[in-house]
Design a protein. Structure first.
Length: 266
């Protein structure tokens, strides 16, 4: 790419060993000008791994959280409170832990019986992000109204990101009105994603981020195989085309936006 960009959401721990080892994934990304990565840990083992990885690799910063689909499982065995206490400790474990998340709601994989636990966990993460001045990273699957309801109830942190944004233009405007950054993934390249591309068009340049969610959501034409940060250029080029925007200027903006969203350079 003509200017470096950051993969703002990646799960290197899930891919490590099965797809690309962490060092290989970072090197492959840097070879195509994806020079930095936000590594997200979604359960206690993943959060611990993320902290260690960010402390070890200069290209990484970390986010730590209990994923919305993990929260009901922990609540069912009486372990959610202890897990959230551990997330708070990990969020303060190293300067390179910049984010609390991903947290939020998932109505696709968790049914009605787990929704109270998801909401309790989400509210606790919002409070944590605000108290520790960390960026809040939100997972929203089939739950736009609930996400916005809780954000309005609790008040948004200074910096928050809608990870793998999945709404239409109206949802985008609602999030933007509340101060969110919108992070777009390989889904913008999918044939059936016209509403998402409409959301991309209405998002101001200064609020755009890009991500992989690797090893998931691989962009076309490689959809169906594991994703990795070195494929960000495919998503960036698609975003520039949809927005009818010069690729270099978009890359520069996304790079600066990611620094602003995650509390500065690294």
């Amino acid at each position: 790419m003509p200017h470096p960009v950051v993969d703002s959401h990646c799960h290197l721990d899930i891919a490590d060993g099965d797809w690309l080892a962490t060092e290989e994934a970072i090197a492959a990304a840097q070879a195509v000008n994806v020079t930095r990565i936000v590594q997200i840990g979604c359960d206690l083992p993943g959060a611990r791994w993320a902290v260690e990885a960010a402390a070890t690799h200069a290209a990484l910063v970390a986010g730590v959280a209990i994923h919305p689909n993990e929260a009901p499982r922990l609540a069912a065995v009486g372990e959610l409170d202890a897990a959230l206490d551990e997330i708070e400790r990990l969020a303060q474990a190293h300067d390179q832990v910049r984010a609390v998340g991903e947290t939020g709601f998932d109505r696709f994989r968790t049914g009605e019986e787990g929704r109270a636990a998801q909401e309790e966990s989400f509210r606790r993460h919002i409070d944590l992000a605000k108290r520790l001045d960390r960026t809040l990273v939100i997972h929203d699957r089939d739950a736009h109204d609930d996400v916005l309801r809780v954000i309005d109830d609790e008040g948004a942190p200074q910096r928050w990101v809608m990870h793998c944004f999945s709404g239409d233009a109206d949802v985008a405007r609602a999030c933007l009105d509340r101060g969110a950054y919108l992070s777009f993934a390989g889904t913008v390249t999918f044939k059936n994603a016209a509403p998402l591309r409409n959301a991309l068009v209405v998002t101001p340049t200064e609020r755009l981020l890009v991500e992989t969610d690797a090893p998931y959501l691989t962009p076309v034409p490689y959809r169906g195989r594991p994703n990795a940060s070195y494929l960000v250029p495919l998503t960036m080029r698609a975003m520039a085309q949809v927005r009818q925007q010069d690729l270099e200027s978009l890359c520069r903006a996304v790079d600066a936006n990611t620094e602003a969203a995650f509390g500065g350079s690294w």
